[in-house]
Write a protein that binds this ligand. Structure first.
Ligand code: IPM
Ligand code: MG
Length: 357
């Protein structure tokens, strides 16, 4: 029987609740499709700081390196907000992305017909939305040197550096162009080339790479304009390619087109090692432990893991279909419910999804 080694990283906040839902579903679809998933649960983020004083313990990193795919739920906890950067939950995730070379972050944003009225935008504006954010994930201002805080005669000063090399830009652009070839063959590259040198290089390199993909139509938007276009006319986008910081911001904005950030999955990929699959949303400390979270982004991340990370397409189809069917039947978690629907807790949603597989 085919076997795949999966590292589960429940992390913080609502992470453990949505991981429980995903794990049971993964067990069912793997059984149904004739393969075996070997789960290994590890600590990351605030949960790891609490028990090991390190947001990315060595055991977690080594287990991830030795796996076929990693499924992470969420990290972050306001309890750690005032700690030094190396003792914050987010640092664990950034270190994991960097150590595994997960430079390509892919965030598909597709409006589900059953949820059109859950969006804060008009149905007409969002009905045809089907876009993919391709975000560079291991460079840019998140990792640029120098960075830090220094004391000066006139008080403290803090700085980060937004930097990209030609090679980093070409590598992520190539991923985006390849994805575009299997979609509507349109790329919008987002930068701030009217102000930033790093963006000027970005734009030049995108143009360079585009010469190898003449079938793909490329346009460039400044990030401020792109933010506006995303809510003005989001269906103009097919592949939206951008750097680390702009991608972080625009993908949250794009998520809301689908009605709730609780719906959006993502994949972070390297050139050859295991991929990391995680919801776009965070740990939602305000509702953690209350069984209120929407597990769908986690379930769809599990589907992405099956499809992209493990080549188990039919099991991935099963999960995606279950999500569609449950939504069609009118089941909603509270982030999606407007009173007219059957409002479920996180675990009840898990039960409905399990019935639908
Ligand atoms: C994301 C998150 C992370 C990021 C945080 C948790 C470090 O917001 O994956 O979008 O900024 O990349
Ligand atoms: Mg983010």
């Amino acid at each position: 029987m085919r076997e795949h080694k999966i590292v589960l990283l429940p992390g913080d906040g609502i992470g453990p609740e949505i991981t429980n839902v995903a794990k049971v579903l993964l067990e069912k679809v793997s059984h149904k499709n004739g393969f075996k998933l070997i789960f290994n649960e590890q600590l990351i983020g605030g949960a790891a700081i609490d028990s090991t004083n390190d947001p990315l313990p060595e055991e977690t990193l080594n287990t991830c390196k030795d796996s076929n795919a990693i499924l992470m739920a969420a990290i972050g906890n306001p309890r750690f907000d005032n700690l030094p950067r190396n003792k914050r939950p987010e640092t664990g995730l950034l270190a994991l992305r960097s150590a595994l070379g997960l430079f390509a972050n892919i965030r598909p944003v597709k409006v589900c017909p059953a949820l059109i009225e859950a969006s804060s935008l008009k149905p007409d504006v969002i009905k045809d939305v089907d876009l993919m954010v391709v975000r560079e994930l291991t460079g840019g201002i998140y990792f640029g040197q120098p960075k830090g805080r220094i004391k000066t005669e006139r008080g403290e000063r803090a700085f980060n550096t937004m930097t990209y090399s030609q090679e980093e830009i070409q590598r992520i652009a190539t991923v985006a162009f390849q994805l575009a070839m299997n979609r509507k063959k349109r790329i919008c590259s987002v930068d701030k080339a009217n102000v930033l040198d790093v963006s000027q290089l970005w734009r030049e390199e995108i143009e360079e790479v585009s010469k190898k993909f003449p079938a793909v139509e490329v346009n460039h938007q400044y990030v401020d304009n792109a933010a506006m276009q995303l809510i003005r006319n989001p269906s103009q986008f097919d592949v939206l390619l951008t750097g680390n910081l702009f991608g972080d911001i625009l993908s949250d904005e794009a998520a809301m087109l689908t009605g709730s950030i609780g719906m959006l999955p993502s994949a972070s990929l390297s050139t050859d090692g295991p991929g990391l699959f995680e919801p776009v949303h965070g740990s939602a400390p305000d509702i953690a432990g209350k069984d209120k979270a929407n597990p769908i982004a986690m379930v769809l991340s599990s589907a992405m893991m099956l499809r992209i990370g493990l080549n188990e397409h039919s099991a991935a189809d099963d999960l995606e279909l279950a999500v569609d069917n449950v939504l069609k039947e009118g089941f909603r978690t509270s982030d999606l419910s407007n009173g007219a629907y059957k409002k479920l807790t996180c675990s009840e949603m898990g039960t409905e999804l399990l019935k639908a597989v």
